[in-house]
Design a protein around this ligand. Structure first.
Ligand code: IVH
Length: 675
């Protein structure tokens, strides 16, 4: 009798969860729900032997873990290609219909049907059900391997611990974990009252809450979930479309967002985009665009994938987010090659999900062109996670005292003259390595992953050592001792020893890496490697004049002049001498090029703007065919950004991060005769 009551309570609670989270139509008041919940908890307290892991009372989180384990995804979790304009959406639709018409899957002239969904701004997870029971949950991670967040996900009430219908075998459901705006506000208020850290936006709050080692913390956070896809499914239901599959998932009791809709052709997609754009601010949660997916599953299979994204889907992102604020001043920053960038100091403003206090103004001419003055009210834009920029002043609000920006004549860091060569957009500090700002960045570049690859020597530590006068050149790195490092702030003995070991390992870099580490202007990773292969030894490189240098396949007159000039400077010679002498650095012969067909193995590319002859897809395909990967966003891990006409924020970001930028010709050269 009591056990029957227990079963009845569990079913009732599960039904109300379904009503609330999946149907968005609760049939009882919260207090009533709480009463049911308490009744169940009391009954289970009397009969602990009846408690099962699937009971709703078990959504509390147990003993904290020491780290999140890894989960290998049985089917990789992909990402999406992006579009920002109507034209890109039309091009996508054309690619899809051309592809499907060519194979006869679509009648000539007919418009493909797409499932349109919201692009939810949370984080992707994969839920694994075995015989209807939730057994595992994992984050996307790198798409192949994610983090095991099972204990955390079990606390999310929107996610059923048991499917509403028994499905034999494995069903993996994929979707987005997110936090509703109102819940986020409440959480932040409570965090503030407890003197705890505030979250910047719902997305960060959701991510931070999910990736907790202590699932009891996750349990106290109001997380939500919407499914939009699936991974391994042992027994597919009898469905032919993405939309029918999602309806099946909703029937299983898993929330699917109800703003989804089937639309036809580019016109249908754009109408959906407009409609959602208008509804955006009234939604209960953040979205950053919409997603279009070819609805027919057979058509999806036929279209397949490019690199890590399906050809049958596209994310259409909303335009960059903008806000206005006051321009308090314009500072200048000194880059690795001495480039001086004017940076706007702003009255803090919340835009694109974060508080922005600095924004780039790119260069002197840009400041003039935009006619931005100190004291102006300015429009600030922050799109996605790119660097914020000042778009324009608001002239009506210009105060009388608004002042023009003047490029300083002396470097703010080292006092050397700032000079701007004719025909160049960029003003530069002439201090070279005398300038601490340039030195710091030159050293950070030299120890980077693609150069000497010295793990543990981060920017902060370099700054500290430069400020102490302990690092004046690359050679000084090799004289660092564990004892002195261990004495530094936030440096334990163990990490000091690890760092010295990493430095020691960097005594045998390939010649190409060493040349790249020197940070010669115009000499990127590939050119450095080409030079190394061509000459074979450092002595031979040092002996080369411009003519000899131009014998290297990828080196033209500008690069040759820059390299020979750099290597001829007495100061640089001195550094190289000490590297080879007392520092014990022994450059290793550069390995032969990888086999044709895989010349870009391990390299990640980001494409931006319009290339003169290749479409984006063609470029992506050629990169993939040569073993490279194409990604949608620029990070420090990006190997190259390929930029064409009207390249936007991705190009700026690449420049800020020091990621090499290629034009189409550069890409083709890199591809060589691999395809
Ligand atoms: S589908 C096969 N649909 O966007 C493609 N993703 O850029 C797999 N996202 O990691 C993703 N809303 O975190 C898909 N309706 C939606 C989405 C969505 C948000 C996120 C997701 C994914 C990223 C891909």
């Amino acid at each position: 009798m009591t056990q029957a009551r227990l079963q009845q309570l569990r079913e009732e609670i599960a039904r109300h969860d379904y009503q609330y989270y999946v149907l968005d139509a609760p049939t009882i008041a919260d207090a009533e729900y709480d009463r049911l919940f308490r009744a169940l908890a009391d009954l289970e307290a009397e009969h602990p032997e009846w408690v099962t892991p699937d009971s709703p009372t078990q959504r509390v989180g147990g003993t904290p873990a020491s780290e999140l384990g890894e989960v290998q995804h049985s089917v990789p979790m992909l990402s999406l290609g992006n579009a920002f304009s109507d034209e890109e959406v039309e091009a996508f639709d054309k690619r899809v219909s051309d592809g499907l018409t060519a194979s006869g899957a679509l009648a000539a002239g007919a418009a493909p049907a797409y499932l349109c969904e919201l692009k939810l701004d949370g984080l992707a997870i994969s839920l694994r059900y075995e015989d209807g029971h939730l057994v595992q949950a994992a984050t996307r991670g790198n798409g192949q391997v994610g983090e095991d967040v099972t204990a955390n996900v079990r606390t999310i009430r929107a996610i059923p611990l048991q499917l509403r219908q028994p499905v034999p075998g494995v069903v993996e459901i994929r979707g987005e974990v997110l936090m509703f705006r109102q819940d986020f506000e409440r959480l932040n208020q409570a965090q503030g009252e407890r003197g705890q850290k505030l979250f910047v936006n719902p997305r960060n709050a959701a991510a931070g809450s999910l990736r907790q080692l202590d699932a009891r913390i996750t349990a106290a956070r109001p997380l939500r979930f919407f499914a939009y896809g699936w991974g391994q499914v042992d027994q597919m239901p009898d469905v032919r479309t993405h939309s029918a599959m999602l309806a099946w998932i909703a029937d299983l009791g898993v929330p699917v967002n109800d703003r989804r809709r089937v639309a036809e052709g580019a016109a249908g997609l754009l109408a959906y985009f407009t409609e959602i754009g208008e509804a955006r601010s009234s939604l209960a949660y953040d979205i950053d665009g919409v997603v279009y997916k070819v609805d027919s599953l057979a058509a999806q299979r036929q279209l397949g994938f490019v690199s890590r994204a399906p050809r049958w889907a596209l994310a259409h992102k909303f335009a960059a987010e903008e806000a206005t604020t006051e321009l308090l001043g314009i500072d200048v920053q000194v880059g690795r090659t001495g480039a001086i960038t004017p940076v706007a100091r702003l009255k803090p403003v919340f835009v694109g999900g974060v508080t922005v206090t600095n924004a780039t103004l790119h260069n002197e001419d840009e400041v003039r062109r935009k006619d931005v003055r100190i004291g102006d009210t300015v429009v600030v834009r922050r799109a996605g996670d790119v660097i914020p920029e000042v778009v324009a002043p608001v002239p009506e609000l210009r105060p009388e005292h608004a002042a023009l920006f003047e490029m300083p004549t002396a470097c703010p860091v080292c006092g050397s003259a700032i000079e701007r060569l004719e025909g160049e957009a960029i003003a530069r500090c002439t201090g070279g390595l005398v300038c601490a700002a340039q030195r710091k960045q030159a050293l950070a570049h030299a120890v980077g992953r693609r150069a000497l690859d010295i793990d543990g020597l981060g920017e902060k530590l370099i700054d500290r050592l430069v400020d102490l006068g302990r690092l004046t050149s690359l050679a000084d790195i090799y004289t660092l001792k564990a004892e002195e490092l261990a004495g530094l702030e936030r440096m334990g003995e163990k990490s000091a020893q690890n760092l010295v070991a990493a430095i020691d390992k960097a005594r045998r870099p390939s010649l190409g890496r060493l040349l790249f580490a020197l940070g010669m202007r115009h000499v990127g990773e590939t050119t450095a490697r080409d030079i190394a292969r061509h000459f074979g030894s450092l002595d031979a490189v040092l002996a080369a004049d411009e003519h000899a240098m131009m014998g290297v396949p990828s080196v033209g007159p500008v690069v040759a002049a820059a390299a020979v000039h750099f290597l001829g400077e007495p100061h640089n010679r001195e550094v190289l001498q000490s590297l080879l002498g007392e520092c014990g650095v022994e450059p290793q012969a550069e390995a032969a090029p990888a086999a044709a067909g895989a010349v870009l193995a391990g390299k990640t590319f980001v494409l931006t703007g319009t290339l003169p002859t290749l479409t984006r897809d063609q470029a992506a395909q050629r990169i993939a065919a040569a073993g490279g990967k194409v990604s949608g966003s620029v990070s420090r891990k990006t190997s190259y950004v390929v930029a064409g006409e009207e390249a936007g924020s991705k190009l700026t970001k690449a420049q800020e991060l020091g990621v090499p930028v290629l034009d189409e010709a550069g890409l083709i050269e890199l591809l060589g005769d691999s395809n």
